[in-house]
Design a binder for this molecule. Sequence first.
Ligand code: PRX
Length: 674
Amino acid sequence: MSPHYSVPDRVSAGSSNICPTMADYHRVHAESMAHPDAFWLGITKELVEWETPPTIGLEGGYAGIADEQFTWYEDGRLNATISCLDRHLATRADKTAILWEGDEPGDVRRISYSQLHADVCRFSNALENLGVGSGDRVIIYMGMVPEAAIAMLACARIGAIHSVVFGGFSADSLANRVLDSGSRCIITMDEGLRAGKAIPLKATTDEAVAMVEDELAGQSGAGVETVVVLKRTGGQIDWVEGRDIWWSDACEGQLDSHQAHIVSAEHPLFILYTSGSTGTPKGQVHSHGGYITYTAFTHRTVFDLREDDVFACVADVGWITGHSYIVYGPLANGATTFMFESTPLYPDAGRYWDMVERHKFTIFYTAPTAIRALAAQGDEFVAKYDRSSLRVLGTVGEPINPEAWEWYWHTVGEGRCTIVDTWWQTETGGICISPIAPATPVVGGSATLPLPGIQPRLFSAEGEMLEGEAEGLLCIEHPWPGQTRTIWDDHPRYVETYFSTIDGYYFTGDGCRRDENGYYWITGRVDDVINVSGHRMGTAEFEAVLVEHEAIAEAGVVGFPHDIKGQGVHAFLILAAPSKTGTAGDEDGQGDGTSGYSDELGQALNQLCRRRIGAHARIDRFCVIPGLPKTRSGKVMRRILRKVAEGDPGNLGDISTLAEPAVVEAIVNAEVHG
Ligand code: PRX
């Protein structure tokens, strides 16, 4: 096991963190457990601007409550953007709110709090002028430009519910999200820019809107009415008169002041889609009051936030990390938050550290996959830049392996910075298990201890609660304000996904070990979700796409350990009978069902995944097998596929319940392509 590390200056000066020492942490955590309502009411009144402050904490819950319905701050009224913008005008008007660096190094914009307020107000007026109102859903499909944050905040300000779709998603995925959320307005841009490459966001939007129109054909009053287009590159795009409007034209003549629409605490702030264990993404719903409280609280606490910090989270606003720790948490805390349009390797592997030197980042937050990719490029890219401004380094999205952690600690942080390995999920809204900088002594690979308000519990597969040192299913006992309240338009799925595994507890989908010090070590997903470079994808999503191809009869997709990406994607394919396709099947005529793969087929399948899901959905390895390992009742024993993909076929466990045990040998011996 790695040694415990702690930084010398263990008591933080000038921070807004309520747990500057471990003694404070233990006291605050105990208080939050003993009196959760009083704790969270106190926190929200301190950190959030309410028009009508709440008197109620939690109502409902998930222990013994039908339908697992719960609310936080039910009688409070607010608008989350007042906490992020208006209240800072008195004290931080000229402070940089958003520091942006574009794709090309040195292409920088600094937007002050007063300017951000004005820009958000202007765009709020523009949206209202276009007929968008409270409760309407709006899709945001943009690259990493400040206007993406402005669009999110403007939606929130008028009470509309934004749903940001990551710019890498395909037209199919975008169309599904438009349809599921019932959005009539999409905010996009002509093209995104990443590593010198233009990303055709408007063209993809056009394609998605056409799919939505096909799907809704004949239904009057439905469909996308407005597409707002921000000009980024000036590239050639198609234009639909009457539907499309340039961002600048929409803002023309609009006032730069706007009275925020006050909503109840539980009014949805946004929907963000996540992959799950079935093919359809789940629209996670976060609310104004609880979410803004939780992101503000966790942001200042975990990162030990100080007034003059330059906080750099290099995630994308298309994912929850961007929502919580680029936009809402930092702005609620009046911080300077960094937005980055490019990639860690453009123009070379020194990009992050070059920006640390130029912008004097004090807190830097990234994902293990980026750390591994950069470590593989050698230390010289790091060493040539001055990183003395850094104080806290964060990681999120997947388990971090000890080697990557050590590299982050020694090479990037020079043994001087606290590393916060932050465990959380789209569903949790903000960080739940993490060191608190600089108080918590850290150990490479462990997310350490629960934040105040969070009570993790471990359960065996049989549903028995495990005490002390143990490994099991990670659940959380008591609701906290940042938790999603439902899945958009599908509350039964919310109940089934999170509350049916262990009665009365929120089940995270992760496995976890608790060590002798009470530290938590996340071991990865235990459900059918794979985490590739921090992108969460459902195996069922891949399988549904693969069987669309005429050569594929059935498919089983699992993850396997990958040096850089954390997990790679391994697809087991059962080919359709040659008579059906004329192309697939056993070339050798032996009938063992394990040949018939060609590189062309692999490429075609990956193209299909790209088209149906997005650019980030790529299968690394293929195997052709004669049949999936199914039980007599027809259930696929994924454990067997997983073990084979992980290179551990000697350890398959009990296979006696398989309908055809002989298939296992063929799976173990199948040739791996890719
Ligand atoms: O498996 C866990 C992993 O990422 C999942 C959540 O993915 P998503 O909703 O996309 O949110 C990612 C950003 C918060 C979790 O179920 N995960 C997240 N953080 C960590 C992690 N696994 C290990 N250690 C972490 N620090």
